[in-house]
Design a protein around this ligand. Structure first.
Ligand code: ATR
Length: 279
């Protein structure tokens, strides 16, 4: 039977989620539909009631609703509760269950793309302390045995808050941008969780890359452009790079799993979305 799935946010017109989920529906011969709805903050409550009323089976939530949707749901799982944000909802018999697959999507992208990094108790630096950086930081702190999780950000106070939230989970410190730059070669994994480098500001990067003797992993949560200046410079210095597209795909794959019970093929999605983004 054909079912309706959705994503709600504002803005929403550039979302890749409809294309991604339709590609999986076609691959697995499912007759479902996934639609992007622009919902303004004042209309969130009505939109969620509408989802229930028309029997939408599941939906994703994106900016700016991930936090404000929580009181509108019947139940929220541990991961979403830790993050204080929901990006996936399942409608089970008229009751709405909230989940968060953002941080776990990043973790799965590491497991699939650079598995060796997780096997060595890595020393990790996160640059940024906004919503995306926070989801990734807390998820790594909770699920990976880290030697160290350092956080730096333009606004130090926000880095301090995130680090404090991680203290019960892992060994964490706050660094100034200058301190982080000076000690950059010490880290196994360095993640740009800021919006610096996002199109159209493609000539910027969150900090200069201090040359290092050994190979490190440089990750970016940005996928537009696919290769930020940060990743281009890291690659030019011989490092391993990971862009934000696998995180986007795996957060979608984990949402799909909440709705249909199993993980879809994420590998086939990569080249499809890369082609789609060129259009
Ligand atoms: P997102 O949901 O993408 O994480 P966000 O919550 O607005 O977006 O967070 C954006 C992050 O990028 C923050 O860490 C922000 O730093 P501040 O906390 O100091 O605002 C960072 N950021 C955005 N523009 C920046 C810039 N021009 N230079 C440095 N950091 C920047």
């Amino acid at each position: 039977m054909s079912e309706l799935y959705a994503v709600i946010g504002d803005p929403i017109e550039h979302s890749l989620s409809p294309a991604m989920h339709h590609f999986w529906y076609e691959t697995y011969n499912m007759d479902h539909h996934y639609h992007a709805f622009r919902v303004k903050p004042d209309n969130l409550k009505d939109a969620v009631r509408g989802m229930k009323a028309i029997g939408v089976k599941g939906f994703n939530i994106t900016i700016p609703h991930k936090i404000n949707i929580i009181p509108l749901l019947d139940s929220v799982d541990d991961e979403a509760q830790m993050l204080g944000a929901v990006n996936t909802v399942v409608n089970r018999g008229g009751k709405l269950y909230g989940y968060n697959t953002d941080g776990l999507g990043f973790l799965l992208s590491l497991k699939e793309e650079v598995p060796e990094i997780l096997e060595q108790n890595p020393k990790v630096l996160i640059i940024g302390a906004g919503g995306a950086a926070r989801a990734v930081g807390l998820t790594l702190a909770k699920h990976v045995k880290l030697q160290q999780l350092d956080i730096t950000n333009r606004t130090m106070e926000k880095a301090r808050q995130l680090s404090e939230e991680c203290t019960d989970l892992t060994n964490t410190r706050v660094l100034s941008l200058q301190e982080a730059k000076d000690t950059l070669p010490d880290y196994d994994l360095i993640i740009n969780g800021t919006s610096v480098g996002l199109a159209p500001h493609i000539d910027q990067m969150p900090m200069d890359i201090t040359p290092s003797e050994r190979k490190q992993v440089f990750a970016d949560l940005i996928y537009r452009p696919l290769k930020t200046k940060w990743l281009r410079e890291a690659e030019a210095q011989g490092h391993i790079i990971l862009n934000g597209l696998p995180m986007l795909i795996y957060q979608g794959a984990l949402a799909y799993k909440h709705w249909f019970g199993k993980l879809p093929d994420a590998k086939i999605m990569q080249s499809f979305l890369e082609r789609k983004m060129e259009d």
